[in-house]
Design a protein around this ligand. Structure first.
Ligand SMILES: NC(=O)c1ccc[n+]([C@@H]2O[C@H](COP(=O)([O-])OP(=O)(O)OC[C@H]3O[C@@H](n4cnc5c(N)ncnc54)[C@H](O)[C@@H]3O)[C@@H](O)[C@H]2O)c1
Length: 317
């Protein structure tokens, strides 16, 4: 199978592209290597992926509509896993135009190019952020998700909805997979797991929101990529599916696990929750189990251990 993985130089995209390459798919990665965080990390991911003879990277921007059409006409993809995005929740508050252009318009370009080229399956990386401050706990896909708290979530939700339109009008198979707080080796440096490790090792002071009384459904990156591969393999018409672990973990407890692995404390400054943030994320994963045979394996204790060992050996403790 020939698969386009957008955002392949990024955190989750590089893990996904590696998994597909390892199983023998022909994989084309696409990324614009932007500097939202240090692009040298993305180049390192590219080098890791280019060890696979069945992988190649295209440097391109999904906002380039004609470029996307030309790529799809040239390559004849069987499936698309669309992970390229501006992904920072807080950064989105300051740059709404950018988030709408990349996460909504860019996604529309890809859907258009995919249906013009007759691509069999389009998998879209969405987010638990679309649930906003919902009162339906755990988060379930039947929730209307029409109260996003920042432009990132609004653009992702809009793209999910447009996916339905493309399915309805053009028969595009479209599955939106909503990721819940993903962490693991090569993790994003602006996310909590990485910030905690930086704080422990470098003494950087970081905010601890709500005295640690925030809850996240932390999901290890391997579990997420297993779910995405299952979605790539199964055209489902139109579906929206949560990919989380299905477990609420207190932020304070997550920090403590890493502190005890390191044998040192993080430098935490108490801070109130930001308006762009939610108090908790918690996935109902029944639909993913039923439709994708999704079965997350990595407990938070094991995942944080794997993340910490990677950080210690590669970033430095
Ligand atoms: N990490 C999480 O916890 C999480 C949670 C929910 C959803 N997601 C979604 O998963 C996907 C991957 O996230 P990630 O954490 O790996 O982030 P990431 O920033 O590491 O990866 C995104 C990649 O997309 C690329 N990109 C951005 N704009 C582009 C453009 N205009 N054209 C081409 N490439 C572009 C970036 O250079 C980057 O390499 C995103 O769609 C994100 O919204 C992530």
């Amino acid at each position: 199978m020939k698969v386009l993985v957008t955002g392949a130089a990024g955190f989750i995209g590089s893990h996904l592209a590696e998994k597909l390459s390892q199983r023998g798919d022909e994989v084309v990665g696409l990324d614009n290597f932007n500097d939202y965080y240090d692009p040298r990390r993305k180049r390192a991911n590219q080098r890791r992926l280019e060890r696979y003879p069945n992988f190649c990277m295209v440097e391109a921007d999904i906002r380039d509509r004609q470029g996307m059409f030309d790529l799809f006409a040239r390559e004849q993809f069987d499936a698309v896993a669309h992970l390229a995005a501006m992904a920072g929740v807080r950064n989105a508050v300051a740059h709404p135009d950018l988030y709408v252009e990349v996460d909504y318009i860019g996604t529309q370009h890809l859907m258009d190019a995919a249906r013009a080229a007759g691509v069999g399956n389009f998998v879209f990386a969405s987010t638990s952020s679309v649930y906003g401050d919902t009162k339906q706990i755990p988060f379930v896909e039947s929730d209307s998700c029409d109260r996003p708290l920042q432009p990132y979530a609004a653009a992702k939700r809009a793209a999910e909805i447009l996916g339905y339109t493309y399915h309805h009008l053009f028969g595009l198979n479209f599955t939106a997979v909503r990721f819940f707080t993903v962490y693991g080796p090569n993790g994003r440096p602006d996310m909590m797991a990485y910030l905690v490790a930086d704080s422990i090792t470098k003494g950087v002071e970081i905010p601890l929101y709500e005295g640690g009384e925030m809850y996240r459904d932390w999901t290890f990156v391997d579990d997420i990529t297993n779910g995405v591969v299952a979605a790539v393999d199964r055209p489902l018409g139109y579906e929206v599916i949560n990919l989380g672990r299905g477990e609420l973990v207190r932020l304070g407890d997550f920090v403590s696990i890493m502190e005890s692995l390191a044998g040192r404390k993080a430098r935490l400054r108490p801070a109130p929750k930001l308006a762009a943030d939610v108090l908790r994320t918690y996935a109902d994963i029944g639909k993913a189990r039923a439709l994708l045979d999704y079965n997350p394996q990595i407990s938070v204790e094991e995942g944080v251990t794997r993340f910490w060992e990677w950080y210690r050996d590669n970033v430095g403790a």
